[in-house]
Design a protein around this ligand. Structure first.
Ligand code: NAP
Length: 285
């Protein structure tokens, strides 16, 4: 089995590690515009060899795991280069633009649009983790547009690496993900900014920061190169979520100005039910 991973960073590298464990006879090739990353992936044993887009004609699987703006231009070229029996999947955090980009491509049936809901705030092949996808959800969009036999091949791989499948319309995906992922990242970035701007002496931040601050601001370590194109592609949905979030922040501030501590208590108490919601999600997993 020949597997080509384009973009051998956190997600592509983690897929490579699982595939190499599950299918020891597979050859995993890495394609990356960052030569340091490719060399690192070879040194760490994440991939077996380097390759080029021109080599894709004999691929069984092609996994496209690059920033979402790059994926828009690269996916049509990848589909041009593959053979009739190859299946290509893309793992980007937005789904409507990529589905639109290849809607009329003659090899559209060789493509499956996915978003594995798994990751960390780190990038590059050294961030790759074996078992990252175990028990996590993989959102698949427009599955009916992928050839049935190739869908089966992809689903078998997703199942083997431990993923649960959820089917969704690309626009619904982008709307929902704006709340649970994109807004969380903006919130962490702006929390980090607020604290950095206020506390000029970084040692003070370090001394006073408890685990609460550290875990809340964790996502602010994420890569701007990955996140800028996500916000660009999902701008309308992200603005809508930001407006709701800003309105909630303003409302909280107004309660404090009015010294309405009963309302503040009730506000927080009503949000405490997030515990049950998250516990329910963990039970389902
Ligand atoms: P990453 O660790 O930065 O890896 C991406 C790799 O692709 C980097 O080595 C990057 O090189 C390379 N690359 C950039 N342009 C390229 C090109 N034209 N051709 C070949 N390689 C290229 O990123 P990641 O976190 O794995 O994210 C990859 C995709 O997964 C993104 O679409 C993201 O939205 C999606 N995703 C991420 C997460 C997460 O938690 N991180 C979760 C789910 C889905 P440079 O570093 O030099 O740019």
């Amino acid at each position: 089995m020949k597997i080509y991973i384009i973009g051998i960073g956190l997600i592509g590298g983690s897929m490579a590690l699982d595939i190499k464990t599950l299918y020891p006879d597979a050859t995993v090739y890495g394609i990356d515009s960052n030569e340091t990353h490719l060399q690192e992936a070879l040194d760490l044993g994440v991939v077996d060899a380097g390759a080029q887009i021109d080599n894709l004609s004999d691929a069984d699987f092609v996994i496209l795991s690059v920033p979402v703006d790059v994926a828009l231009t690269l996916l049509p070229k990848v589909l041009d280069a593959i053979g009739d029996n190859s299946i290509v999947f893309e793992v980007g955090s937005t789904k409507a633009p990529i589905c639109e980009a290849v809607t009329n491509h003659p090899k559209r049936r060789n493509f499956i649009a996915t978003h594995p809901i798994a990751g960390t705030e780190f990038s590059g092949p050294s961030a790759a983790i074996k078992g990252l996808f175990e028990g996590k959800t993989n959102i698949i969009c427009e599955v009916e547009r992928t050839a049935f036999k190739l869908q089966e091949k992809a689903l078998e791989l997703f199942k083997a690496i431990g993923m649960r499948i959820r089917y969704m319309d690309p626009k619904a995906h982008d709307k929902h993900i704006a709340y649970v992922s994109h807004l969380s990242h903006i919130s962490a970035f702006m929390l980090g900014k607020t604290v950095i701007n206020k506390e000029k002496h970084e040692q003070d931040i370090f001394d006073m920061a408890g685990s609460g601050f550290e875990s809340t601001v964790r996502l602010a370590k994420s890569s701007p190169a990955m996140w800028t194109p996500i916000f660009k592609q999902n701008k309308v949905q992200v603005i809508e979520t930001l407006e709701e979030y800003i309105s909630n922040l303003t409302q909280f501030k107004d309660l404090l100005i009015k010294e309405d501590y009963n309302a503040i208590f009730e506000e927080m108490e009503s949000v405490n039910r997030i515990k049950e919601i998250l516990n329910g999600m963990n039970v389902k997993k």
